[in-house]
Design a protein around this ligand. Structure first.
Ligand code: DOR
Length: 442
């Protein structure tokens, strides 16, 4: 089946251009083909923009084990609607993904349930280095250097040294210093309000853990990705990357700060915590000047009943895959960034950081993971319309300009005219770690 998307302004690797994109089955085969004689379907897209599908490199989809919050099917319905065509999921499910066998089980489960393309990190523990060495079908290793939802934690120096020394897969980490967080928590007797969350998980905790991780990466010459950077102070540490270090920001750290606790309470309780308005601005600056390369969501759903508990019982995490692209397109409409930058941060850069094969670009031989967006469409986010199983969004009631209107996964239309095609299944993402990551690819 050959499809031609005609008349859209396309975000190509060298910039925006009005072009016709031809794909055959799951692969893009030509841009502005000389002849359209053998095309089976023409999609007219005048007035719209075509971008590569979003690659979200940090999500928590809760299956197995926590499926009252979310599962792979509901989460990927949300992805399809939001223009996310590939995701990389974290290991803090139940059971945790800490062995090659569990990784294989998750991949098998995903093949039957996911509407978009899927990949899963392997989680580090203080004593699973042999598994981390053997793992192949994965973007890399996730370390919780600070604890978050679940019980994964590696914060002893000897164990961290061993992981960085003996493994070869790229590593990413949740960077909040456990000792600092515990001391802050004790000083506040556990904390009494949602706002205390940002005092317990403070800037110092983030900075200490990022500094410690970068030091490990440099000494062991090991590729390292700093997940969900939440402070300007951390971005200062990312200036010297030595071709090993990359970092990411999440929409909630760009758009929310401590002033939002009054209005939203635990709905904006996250790990790392949201910080100040100055940190919001500093993260934007770091994205624009290239100290941060990636935007990912850290989609982490909990039910509203769970979230409504008083602090500190309220769990940390919020859902975002269904609105992250629209939030960034709205930022384009507000003049905060360009569409080119959004595609870099959300598509090309994460695909390069994690060595994804065939993802992140509109170019021949790349996968037909594509999203048509309408930069003029205004729509209000409503809890009742969310696809995520948890059924709420911290952006409920917010009107955004710029929305995905059609999504293709490996050449199959998974979302169009407001409807999800639930028969579509994504594919297991392939990784080629010999590429060497973000800094070694152009
Ligand atoms: O707030 C968070 N929730 N941060 C994380 O890193 C984990 C996540 C979760 O899984 O709930």
């Amino acid at each position: 089946m050959r499809t031609l998307i005609s008349g859209a302004t396309c975000v190509l690797p060298n910039g925006l251009s009005r072009a016709n994109i031809l794909f055959d089955g799951s692969k893009i085969i030509d841009i502005d083909p000389p002849s359209t004689a053998l095309v089976d379907e023409v999609v007219r897209a005048d007035g719209l923009h075509l971008i590569p599908g979003v690659v979200d490199d940090q999500v928590h989809f809760r299956e197995p084990g926590l499926t009252h919050k979310e599962d792979l099917y509901t989460a990927t319905r949300a992805c399809a609607k939001g223009g996310v065509t590939s995701f990389l999921e974290m290991p803090n499910t139940n059971p945790t993904t800490i062995t090659c066998e569990r990784l294989a089980q998750k991949l098998e489960l995903a093949a039957g349930k996911c509407l978009v393309n899927f990949g899963f990190y392997i989680g580090a523990t203080p004593n699973n280095v042999p598994e981390l060495i053997q793992a192949k079908r994965t973007p890399g290793i996730k370390i919780f250097i600070g604890s978050s939802t679940g019980d994964l934690l590696v914060d002893q120096q000897a164990a961290l040294e061993q992981i960085f020394a003996e493994t070869t897969l790229p590593i990413c980490a949740h960077c909040e210093d456990e000792t600092t967080v515990r001391a802050n928590r004790d000083a506040l007797q556990g904390g009494a309000t949602y706002r205390d969350h940002s005092k317990i998980r403070d800037e110092r905790a983030a900075v200490i853990a990022v500094q410690r991780s970068i030091d490990l990466a440099f000494r062991h010459n090991h590729r390292f990705h700093v997940l969900h950077v939440s402070t300007g102070a951390e971005t200062e540490l990312l200036r010297d990357h030595r071709d090993l270090i990359t970092g990411e920001a999440c929409p909630h750290h760009l758009f929310f700060n401590v002033d939002d606790y009054d209005r939203l309470g635990s709905l904006v309780q996250m790990n790392p915590s949201i910080k100040t308005a100055a940190d919001n601005a500093a993260l934007w600056t770091a994205l624009r000047d290239g100290r941060l390369q990636v935007i990912a969501t850290d989609h982490a759903p909990h039910t509203l009943d769970e979230k409504r508990q008083p602090y500190p019982k309220s769990p940390s995490g919020l859902p975002a895959v269904e609105n992250s692209l629209a939030l960034m397109l709205d930022s384009v409409s507000r003049g905060l960034c360009t569409l080119d930058q959004v595609v870099h941060w959300m598509c090309d850069a994460p695909a390069r950081v994690w060595d994804l094969v065939g993802k992140g670009r509109i170019a021949p031989n790349y996968d037909a993971d594509l999203v048509l967006v309408d930069l003029n469409k205004s729509q209000t986010i409503r809890d009742a319309e969310q696809e995520t199983k948890c059924g709420w969004s911290p952006w409920n009631g917010v009107t955004l300009t710029g929305w995905p209107v059609r999504t293709w996964v490996m050449g199959q239309t998974v979302f169009a005219e407001g409807k999800i095609n639930e028969a579509v299944r994504g594919s297991e993402i392939k990784f080629d770690h010999s590429r060497g990551g973000y800094w070694k690819t152009v």
